[in-house]
Design a protein. Structure first.
Length: 92
């Protein structure tokens, strides 16, 4: 059972890092620090977008528009941490 909890913890941690990476990459592209004409940057951004967007889209539909500030990754990260603590607290 510990192996399953460790796997779930690792998956949640990796997904949180993907969310953080997606947010940072989108800021860097928005402020023209990096350019999506670079094939590696484009592929990395596309991968992170495809991995994180299905979980972020429902949150974006519920939260109000804050004028260009997207807090959906923060809400999802908090929800993932809550879920992880809930699962580990209930079974450990």
């Amino acid at each position: 059972m510990d192996a399953l909890f460790n796997l779930l913890n690792t998956v949640i941690t990796l997904y949180v890092w993907a969310l953080i990476g997606n947010a940072i990459l989108s800021w860097l592209v928005a402020f023209n620090v990096i350019n999506t004409q670079n094939k590696f940057i484009y592929m990395l951004g596309d991968f992170l977008h495809r991995v994180t967007e299905p979980a972020l889209r429902p949150i974006r539909k519920v939260i109000p528009n804050l004028g260009g500030i997207d807090i959906s990754p923060i809400i999802l990260i908090l929800a993932l941490f809550f879920l992880r603590d809930l699962l580990f607290g209930a079974f450990h």
